[in-house]
Design a protein around this ligand. Structure first.
Ligand code: KG4
Ligand code: ZN
Length: 337
């Protein structure tokens, strides 16, 4: 079964053709980052406009690379939640029109379920149940993946998401948006031990809290500025990345151990972080767990992951009609159409 998948939840317009949920036939991602960089973050109105301008060409390119016509695909999958509402609506309306024009099934896909499914494209042998750490620009979750379309979120951030924290700390350090990858790069040459950052406490041990860490970085920089001290940005990046990775790794591994999971996966934009990949790899090895993580190109937003999840949603009969709407917020374990 070949699914044409569409993704437009934030600042990437993407389309892909995926076979049986596991094989990428084609995948096209048009990013708007350069434009949003000018404003230090994603401007929702600009995002929606750029999606409108590029969605037809991006979908056509995905079909062309797959050497297919729209009429040859078996179904259309689309991200319908969560995300920027104006951005989501572009993809949803495009997918709806295509599906009903062609008489093909329309499959609504939750964006975070898609991030998790990126692992199926990388590991043909991976099957639920397993536990997944999702860390993206908008979400930080510890999720039990009970089945392909059955999830239980057992921990989540009570304030900022991990990626959001990376981006805000990076901004304070003077890096461009989105700053996660710049911190990652700087931390590799930064001296460890020069700065110490706090690890926040949460009532539920599997929940995360990142806003205190973000504030600590901002305060450290302001205090140094006021005293005329120079900040060693690379060392601060190294301290920050180490702290975030330890928080994510410690909580996630405890959750997996305490709930009896021997298979663990990582997903979301922050899964591209070299420190996090390494620390989870090590922790998995120490605890006799199997560790799965998508390749870098499947960590950030893309439509291939949406096509992978769409296949499993279709198997469960999760098909939408022309009344499908987009939703800015929705928990991945309580989806509605
Ligand atoms: O999943 P994603 O592409 O979009 C959302 O669904 O939110 O995640 C984007 C986030 C941004 O916060 C970005 O800074 C972060 O992923 N990110 C990274 C790295 N690459 C991307 N964070 C840390 N280290 C990286 N190498
Ligand atoms: Zn995402």
């Amino acid at each position: 079964m070949r699914i044409l998948a569409i993704e437009s939840s934030c600042d990437e317009t993407a389309a892909a053709v995926i076979e049986d949920g596991r094989k990428i036939v084609s995948s096209v991602v048009a990013t708007q980052i350069e434009e949003h960089k000018l404003y230090g973050g994603v401007v929702p109105e600009i995002a929606s406009r750029r999606h409108c301008e590029s969605i037809c060409a991006v979908a056509a390119e995905a079909l062309e690379r797959a050497e297919m016509k729209a009429a040859d695909v078996d179904a259309i999958g689309v991200t319908y939640a969560p995300g920027l509402i104006g951005a989501l609506l572009v993809g949803v309306n495009y997918a709806k029109s295509l599906a009903f024009g062609l008489g093909k099934p329309l499959i609504p896909v939750h964006h975070i379920r898609g991030h998790i499914a990126a692992n199926y494209l990388a590991y043909p042998e991976l099957k639920p149940p397993y536990m997944c750490l999702v860390a993206s620009g908008g979400h930080s979750h510890i999720v039990e993946v009970l089945d392909y379309t059955e999830f239980r979120v057992i921990g989540r951030t009570i304030d900022d998401a991990a990626g959001e924290c990376f981006d805000k700390a990076a901004r304070a350090m003077g890096f461009p948006y989105p700053g996660g990858k710049y911190i990652d790069k700087a931390s590799k040459i930064g001296e460890l031990g020069k700065y110490k950052l706090p690890k926040p406490h949460t009532q539920n041990p599997y929940d995360f809290s990142f806003s205190g860490l973000k504030t600590a970085v901002i305060n450290l920089i302001h205090n140094a500025e006021q005293k005329g001290d120079k900040i060693d940005v690379n060392a601060l990046a190294a301290a920050f990345q180490k702290t975030v990775c330890e928080i994510l790794t410690d909580k996630f591994i405890s959750a997996a151990r305490e709930n009896g999971y021997k298979k663990i996966a990582l997903a979301g934009g922050v899964a591209a972080n070299s420190g996090l990949r390494a620390s989870l790899e090590n922790a998995a090895q120490e605890n006799g767990m199997e560790f799965f993580v998508p390749p870098l190109e499947l960590c950030g937003d893309n439509a291939a992951m949406i096509g992978a999840q769409a296949f499993y949603e279709f198997q469960k009969g999760h098909i939408a009609d022309e009344s499908l709407n987009a939703y800015a917020t929705m928990s991945l374990d309580k989806v509605r159409y």
